[in-house]
Design a protein around this ligand. Structure first.
Ligand SMILES: *Cc1c(COP(=O)(O)O)cnc(C)c1O
Length: 456
């Protein structure tokens, strides 16, 4: 069969409210031209994030009913811990309420004002948590990452030569850990190869620096490895995951991504002393070490989701359905990051709106216009998100100005995606009339979440 189908049946539905252009104009104005401030019910197709928005399975909902809500040592904790250990292989597992709580604890223990933390590309909360601890978050993406039109298969890779140089210059005195984000979310949802992970690990171990994986989309990354790295074509997804983590000393994870859960996360390490210090903070900020800010039922849902995400029919469908949107946009001549990443489609706002300069936020304009046109909600990943120095307040253009349309897992069908493609094309056809934006008001950290905008 040539037709690729969603490998699931729909058992429960949630109605979508359809809106008119006039209504959307009012909603967007009331939201100060910041899609984060819209009411979700006023959005037709919500591609703001794939985080916590997945559809859970009947199995996961069933497991939630048996959640053990005991304060300490609950059955659900052991189920969660054993699943994480089985797939990720780390000795110490620390549950948190989401990924950023794991980051906050990790960097709170490891980072100070002298620290430099390299990553292929830091995700926004990762960067903010390092900067909050007065450290420097350094992005070392591979050179191929900046060519948005090349079909290089592992554009999420880290620049190994740059990492080697940094490690030689600064050493473990200034580099408390090296991170790599799989897939590279802020860099376009592009995968990192196993070869690259091995190289990073070799450098880290050679210098005695701990190596951590930001594991949010580990299963999607693993499936790209399976499909693109010949050595892995017959290796199961769980074994690819196990090998990937075997090269690392720990990880941070948001269960809201590749665990199909609506909430949750964890922090892992093989270092028992470090885990002891991390648990002390955990008790202060999240909760007792056997639930860490989660209900027993959440731990159950994550334990089920971590197994389901490794299903290869699901992963095939996942990568193909993202590629479906990218290929259709490409056929229409719309500037989109290629090759398709795992969880999202990234429009290149600088090429989409070349008449709007980066400090007039072409990505923000495009995200707003997409909502006005079709009720589709995406998010700017560019100068609004990364262009302001939190210490000095100084502004400069981010490396890229993208609009991310993240695809929730198992939520939308192909006809929803056809609608999205048509909406983007309608904006594309009238792109010359679109104006830039300015920031009226913004906070110091993570300004994109709450900033107030207006048209120029
Ligand atoms: C979502 C995400 C995080 C943070 O996780 P939360 O659960 O949203 O706090 C960290 N890193 C990456 C790559 C992510 O995608």
């Amino acid at each position: 069969m040539k037709t690729i189908i969603e490998p699931f049946r729909i058992k429960m539905v949630e109605p979508i409210k359809l809106t008119t252009r006039e209504q959307r104009a009012q909603f967007m104005q009331a939201a100060n031209y910041n899609p984060f401030l819209l009411r979700a019910e006023d959005v037709v197709i919500d591609l703001l994030t794939d985080s916590g928005t997945s559809a859970m399975s009947a199995e996961a909902w069933g497991a939630m009913m048996r959640g053990d809500e005991s304060y300490a040592g609950a059955r659900s904790w052991y189920r969660f811990r054993d699943t994480v250990k089985d797939i990720f292989g780390f000795e110490q597992v620390i549950p948190t309420h989401q990924g950023r709580a794991a980051e906050s604890i990790l960097f709170g223990v490891m980072v100070n004002a002298d620290s430099i933390v390299p990553n292929n590309t830091h995700f926004d909360t990762t960067r903010a948590n390092i900067e909050f601890n007065h450290g420097t978050a350094l992005d070392l993406p591979c050179a191929e990452a900046s060519d948005l039109e090349s079909d290089y298969p592992f554009k999420g890779n880290m620049d190994i030569a740059a990492l080697e140089k940094l490690v030689a210059a600064e050493g473990p005195e200034r580099i408390p850990l090296i991170m790599v984000t799989v897939t590279n979310n802020s860099g376009g949802g592009q995968p990192v190869s196993m070869a690259n992970i091995r190289e990073i690990s070799r450098i880290a171990r050679g210098a005695g620096i701990p190596f951590y994986i930001d594991a949010c989309r580990f299963a999607e990354n693993g499936h790209f490895i399976k499909r693109r790295e010949a050595e892995f074509k017959d290796v199961s997804s769980i074994d690819i995951a196990r090998e990937m983590f075997s090269y690392a000393d720990g990880c941070t994870m948001s269960a809201k991504k590749d665990a199909f859960a609506n909430i949750g996360g964890f922090l892992c390490t093989n270092d028992a002393d470090l885990a002891h210090r991390e648990r002390n903070i955990l008790i202060l900020t999240e909760g007792f070490p056997t639930y860490g800010g989660l209900a027993g039922r959440d731990l159950e849902a994550i334990a089920v989701g971590l197994r389901e995400i490794l299903d290869e029919d699901y992963l095939d469908y996942r990568l193909l359905s993202t590629r479906y949107v990218v290929e259709h946009l490409r056929e229409l001549g719309i500037p989109v990051v290629v090759p398709a990443g795992g969880h999202a489609v990234y429009l290149d706002a600088r090429r989409f709106l070349p008449h709007i300069e980066p400090l007039q936020y072409p990505g923000q304009s495009l995200a707003v216009e997409l909502y006005l046109e079709a009720g589709v909600r995406g998010v700017e990943i560019g100068t609004v998100m990364f262009g302001s120095d939190p210490h000095t307040g100084e502004e400069k253009p981010a490396r890229l100005d993208l609009v991310r349309l993240a695809i929730p897992r198992r939520v939308y069908t192909q006809s929803h995606m056809d609608y999205v493609v048509e909406g983007i094309n309608l904006v594309w056809e009238r792109r010359k009339d679109i104006r830039g934006m300015r920031i009226v008001k913004a906070p110091q950290f993570l300004r994109h979440f709450t900033a107030v905008f207006d048209w120029i």
